[in-house]
Design a protein around this ligand. Structure first.
Ligand SMILES: NC(=O)c1ccc[n+]([C@@H]2O[C@H](COP(=O)([O-])OP(=O)(O)OC[C@H]3O[C@@H](n4cnc5c(N)ncnc54)[C@H](O)[C@@H]3O)[C@@H](O)[C@H]2O)c1
Length: 252
């Protein structure tokens, strides 16, 4: 279904996994997408352009201020402005699962850096452009783990709890600029990174299937329509919310 209100949207971590599913779906809807990633952003954008879609790519590390500024500038250069930011880049699939007292301070800080400083940094960089847009959208990709509190990933759980809290605070600050700020909380999803790390074999049936109302594995395609709604003009009165998309694993 084509969007009635095409926007220019930046998707961080948009070259693979859930992020690429977001990029592809939004582009198929007629949005202009800027894929920002550490690796593969230009190749991913090229794949979309070959399919006749509007996409550009930029190599960017979300934790670096200069990269975040260059990312927004690339969106403005390619498409004349930026209307939305999807903070999807995050560390999860490459993390070792372990009891909290075996997580080193360096591991804790790195997860916090990518998963919380990253969205903060990118939101700051995008703010002037989102203000100019007049219909700005920020969507942060959180997780259901802060609600469920699973063991052996305390740094990740804490980081995603911070993403939900950040979403609420930003929603209040930015409403006067007609920027909405929401979060999507996916359940355990068979993304590229999960499959490469074979996390699905270690995470347990409760997280994968039996703990959900709808008892099947979640795939990236399950998430894309919720994002499409949150960036639409029709969602202009929805802000500060976290939408769980997990087959009914948690009720928020
Ligand atoms: N897969 C799941 O089960 C699941 C569940 C809930 C939430 N999430 C969240 O969804 C998002 C995507 O997860 P995924 O499973 O697709 O992950 P993934 O590991 O498959 O992909 C992550 C992408 O982010 C990029 N990235 C990582 N660090 C970056 C940085 N510093 N700057 C720019 N790009 C960076 C990677 O290159 C990669 O393309 C993450 O925020 C994750 O925490 C995932």
């Amino acid at each position: 279904m084509k969007a009635e209100d095409p926007k220019t949207l930046i998707i961080t971590g948009g070259a693979s996994g859930i992020g690429f599913a977001f990029s592809e779906h939004l582009a198929l809807m007629g949005h202009r997408v800027l894929i920002a990633d550490l690796h593969g952003a230009n190749e991913a954008a090229e794949r979309l352009r070959k399919a006749g879609l509007q996409a550009a790519g930029v190599t960017a590390d979300v934790v670096k201020e200069d990269d975040a500024a260059a990312m927004v500038a690339a969106g403005e250069r390619a498409f004349g402005g930026v209307d939305g930011l999807v903070n999807n880049a995050g560390l999860f699939t490459t993390l070792a699962l372990k009891p909290f007292d075996q997580i080193t301070n360096a591991e804790w800080m790195r997860v916090m850096e990518v998963n919380t400083l990253g969205p903060f940094n990118c939101a700051k960089a995008a703010l002037p452009a989102l203000r100019r847009s007049g219909r700005g959208r920020i969507v942060n990709i959180a997780s259901t783990v802060p609600i469920k509190g699973p063991p052996n990933m305390a740094h990740y759980v804490a980081s995603k709890g911070a993403v939900i809290a950040f979403t609420r605070s930003l929603a209040r600050e930015l409403a006067r600029d007609r920027i909405t700020v929401n979060a999507i909380a996916p359940g355990f999803t068979l993304s590229d990174g999960v499959l490469q790390a074979q996390l699905q074999d270690r995470i347990g049936d409760n997280a994968r299937t039996t703990g959900r109302c709808i008892q099947r594995d979640q795939v990236p395609a399950d998430l894309v329509a919720t994002l499409a709604h949150l960036v639409s003009d029709g969602a202009s009165f929805v802000t500060g919310q976290t939408l769980a998309v997990d087959g009914g694993g948690v009720f928020l």
